[in-house]
Design a protein around this ligand. Sequence first.
Ligand code: ADP
Ligand code: MG
Length: 141
Amino acid sequence: MIQQTLTIIKPECVAKHHIGDILQRIEKADFKILAIRMVRLQSQEAQQFYLIHKDRPFYQELVQYMCSGKVVVMVLEKDNCVEAFRKFIGSTNPKDAAPGTIRKDFGTDIQNNCVHASDSPENAQKEIAFFFSAKEIILNQ
Ligand code: ADP
Ligand code: MG
């Protein structure tokens, strides 16, 4: 089933000029980029986006990190996209990520792990709506 997911290239990868490399890998793996934007998140926005993690010990640090520089937010489309993209990026901790995944190749540690990716189709729809209007997504198709 054709599905969409939300991904974010995190600040460290943007700062290290890896945007181009990551986009190339994503497109070569046949994920279609439906919408894309570079943003600097406000603290309140990052807090809201990661609200699901509010009780985890790394929440404040994660929010601070995601606001530390510009990020690139994207909507991707592919068959079984949510699961396929999670597999494509690799495990949360780059040390455990499979060879050839972008977290393995561009991530440094569990926080600086290259990208965010939605973890379910339901959350993907919520996360997409957090950043993009329906009009932006349709216009890019
Ligand atoms: P994923 O991004 O693989 O879905 P989680 O949803 O569990 O992983 O965590 C969200 C983000 O929080 C991770 O991508 C990472 O940046 C950060 N994070 C997760 N676990 C830790 C940890 N133990 N210490 C610091 N940061 C963490
Ligand atoms: Mg997650």
